[in-house]
Design a protein around this ligand. Structure first.
Ligand code: ADP
Ligand code: ASP
Ligand code: MG
Length: 469
């Protein structure tokens, strides 16, 4: 008997047809004698709708958030009515959904009265997406004869209070999962757990960041000691590039943890960047598979770096970033300026996606997301105010409307000439590279280009990745 943790993303639970697929997948695994733990995202579009309800409440628009709440209710009701016959089971889940949404509107009422929303209350509101979907999916599975029950991940995943991007407290999470969830599974229950959600040690709801259900699933897989983690989504696997940018994208049959870590960090939305973190030590194999094409085996992700002889496996991009440049003649040889700049950047709440320095040491640049750029500039200029006053540092220059493009492949390690090849392709396509950095794991090279060059750059480099499949 194997123990398998499965996560179904937003599209995979986004309609009655999708949930029907989920039932089939879970059933067939159980019929093979395996134990299954299910982690679900909110139905597609619901998290965004909940965030819009917060904005409506802040501006005092009661009609706005009531309408949104009603639309979310309709979406769930519609699926439930298609999936379940009339009767007591269906009545019970309809009441559960309705009660949850009454609480949602009560929270919106509170925001309306206060006229502002704290990160804490925003997390409480967005948590309703997964709370609704887990109950709906569990009810349908139960109705089809599976011993399924819904659970809120807040009972198991304990985090710090960094709302909207909370970090798990590992020991406590492990203890909770082992003590509270493992016995439930051993008693023969198929839990349907909310992805995305955690809670602080004192019980307030947190979330793990957008797309965080993948990370949730990996946390459960790790501490339930699963034999396999399967991320069920709406594409056949991890692909050579985002199929929405280049239709020629192909599924990679295998990628390593290191490669997928870089891919996800640099924009491949198919997995949350932290997904591999919890399972890497235990080397739990992970698969990315398509809920709507379940006979396809998808992409296997494991520890070994496969040497296919091709050094570039995939191309990714991160949009909406700004490149910050700190420059000045007086920076040469002065220690600490970069360190203080990065610290000030962190204090402004921005994470740095890539860094590069010119050999003259007279400038360095790094990228942050667009909406943090102004705050970062202010914070850094304040930190370096005496250097700016002495004219050792000119200040911080922001270049917005740029994108980061990353080529990923473990085979580029120790292989000379990869960067040369990449840049000659960009040169041939007349694409101007604004800055370059190599990932510390040596399995990626990232560079910044103007956002008008995004598509031509990805398509040109994608030719290299396509050769590898
Ligand atoms: P889910 O709701 O299942 O979590 P997401 O929308 O978060 O699904 O992620 C799946 C999407 O990621 C795909 O539909 C695809 O458009 C996008 N994507 C971006 N880059 C890649 C890639 N390299 N491989 C596969 N999918 C990718
Ligand atoms: N529902 C959350 C989101 O849309 C989490 C997830 O889908 O993984 O970001
Ligand atoms: Mg996702």
């Amino acid at each position: 008997m194997k123990s398998i943790t499965m996560k179904f993303g937003g599209t995979s639970v986004g309609s009655a047809e999708a949930v029907e697929q989920v039932v089939g997948i879970v059933k067939s695994e159980l019929e093979q004698g395996n134990r299954v733990s299910v982690v679900v995202s909110a139905m597609s579009g619901v998290t965004d709708a909940l965030l819009s309800s917060v904005r409506a409440a802040v501006r005092g628009d009661k009609w706005g958030y009531l309408t949104i709440s009603q639309e979310i209710k309709d979406k769930h009701y519609e699926a439930i009515h298609i999936l379940m016959e009339a009767g007591a089971n269906r009545e019970a889940i309809i009441i559960t959904i309705s009660d949850l949404l009454v609480h949602h509107t009560e929270l919106c009422d509170a925001i309306k009265i206060l006229g502002e929303a704290t990160p804490r209350i925003i997390d409480a509101i967005v948590s309703y997406g997964e709370r609704l979907s887990s109950r709906m999916v569990a009810a349908v599975l139960h109705d089809r004869g599976i011993n399924a029950r819904p659970y809120d991940a807040g009972d198991f995943v304990i985090t710090n209070a960094d709302y909207q991007n909370a970090e798990p407290i590992w020991e406590e999470t492990q203890q909770r999962i082992e003590e509270r969830l493992t016995p439930i599974i051993e008693s023969g229950v198929t839990p349907v757990i909310t992805g995305f959600i955690g809670s602080t040690p004192d019980g307030t709801i947190t979330t793990l960041g957008r797309g965080g259900s993948d990370f949730s699933a990996a946390i459960f897989a790790a501490y339930l000691n699963s034999d396999e983690l399967i991320i069920w989504t709406d594409v056949d696997g991890v692909m050579t590039t985002d199929p929405r940018i280049d239709k020629r994208a192909k599924v990679l049959p295998y990628v390593s943890y290191a490669e997928v870590g870089e891919l996800a960090f640099y924009g491949a939305k198919v997995l949350h960047p932290k997904t591999v973190q919890p399972i890497i030590n235990k080397q739990i194999p992970m698969r990315v598979r398509n809920t709507f094409n379940p006979t396809h085996m998808g992409t296997l992700i494991g520890a070994e770096a496969e040497d296919t002889g091709h050094y570039i496996r995939a191309v990714t991009c991160v949009k909406s970033v700004s490149m910050m440049t700190v420059s000045g003649k007086g920076m040469l040889g002065v220690p600490g300026i970069a360190g203080r700049t990065f610290l000030a950047t962190a204090k402004a709440g921005a994470s740095i996606l890539m860094i590069s320095q010119s050999s003259s040491e007279q400038s360095f640049c790094y990228t942050v997301v667009n909406n943090k750029a102004d705050d970062v500039r202010k914070a850094v200029e304040e930190e370096l105010s005496s250097e700016i006053f002495r004219q050792d540092v000119d200040g911080v220059d922001i270049m917005s409307s740029v994108v980061i493009i990353t080529v990923v492949g473990a085979g580029m390690r120790h292989r000379p000439g990869v960067a040369g090849k990449v840049f000659s392709i960009l040169g041939d396509n007349r694409i101007n590279v604004l800055s370059i950095a190599q990932g510390s794991s040596e399995c990626s090279i990232s560079f910044v280009v103007d956002d008008k060059d995004l598509e031509p750059a990805v398509k040109a480099l994608h030719e290299l990745a396509l050769e590898s499949v």
